[in-house]
Design a protein around this ligand. Structure first.
Ligand code: HEC
Length: 187
């Protein structure tokens, strides 16, 4: 190989080596940057999740716990997975004002749960925001689920409607009996 060509070849090889090193360094830096961004994103996600979780817990304990346990009956039924079963807008409407759903809108699901729980009316929460109610639901849903406590929700709308009618008939019959007794007592 003539002297000139060897030098050029050597010089080219040196340039290639340098280019490869630069490429490697750039790739390494780029990857490292992505990893850092991801780290920050995951970090902030977890801490905001944690804040929402604690907010949900606090709201649940303040407003709901006097009547509801998370996965067993208390004065009212456990309400885990209410969104999966009845949808989020039903849950928001019911929690804000169940009385309106029961008496004004005559909503079958609302009248059904009201009948099962002997027509004990739940407190209305018109001032809770969507986010606050959702934080409560996320909080209760984060606990282990006991399907046996929710067997009543497997009823179809027709079955719910039938039960409400039966309950209403029974209630009217009981009221009439009572009125009859009072009348007899007065006579
Ligand atoms: C004074 C007692 C009381 C309080 C406080 C209360 N509830 Fe209720 N809740 C009930 C009763 C009783 C029922 C079932 C009968 C009804 O009212 O329709 C019920 C039913 C429910 C249901 C329907 C469950 C189903 O399976 O259909 C949901 C959802 C619910 N409550 C959510 C809440 C949330 C969320 C809070 C707090 C923000 C809350 N409740 C506070 C008494 C209460």
């Amino acid at each position: 190989m003539p002297f000139g060509t060897r030098t050029i070849a050597k010089a080219l090889a040196a340039i290639m080596k340098r280019l490869t090193t630069i490429l490697l360094i750039t790739t390494f830096l780029a990857c490292n940057r992505t990893a850092k961004v991801e780290q920050i994103e995951t970090k902030s996600k977890t801490s905001s999740d944690k804040t929402a979780f604690l907010r949900g817990k606090q709201l649940f304990l303040t407003h709901c716990y006097s009547c509801h346990h998370i996965s067993t009956k208390k004065i009212g039924p456990p309400f885990q997975r209410i969104r999966e079963d009845y949808g989020v807008s039903w849950a928001l409407n019911f929690i804000r004002n169940s009385e309106r759903l029961i008496y004004e809108e005559k909503d079958t699901r609302a009248r059904y749960i009201f009948s099962i729980y002997n027509q004990s009316m739940m407190t209305a929460f018109p001032n809770l925001t969507d986010q606050e109610i959702i934080a409560i639901l996320d909080y209760v849903d984060s606990h282990e689920f006991n399907p046996s406590m929710h067997s009543h929700r497997t009823a179809t709308i027709e079955e719910m409607s039938e039960l409400v009618e039966e309950y209403e008939k029974d209630r009217k019959a009981r009221e009439n009996q009572l009125l009859e007794k009072i009348r007899n007592f007065k006579n």
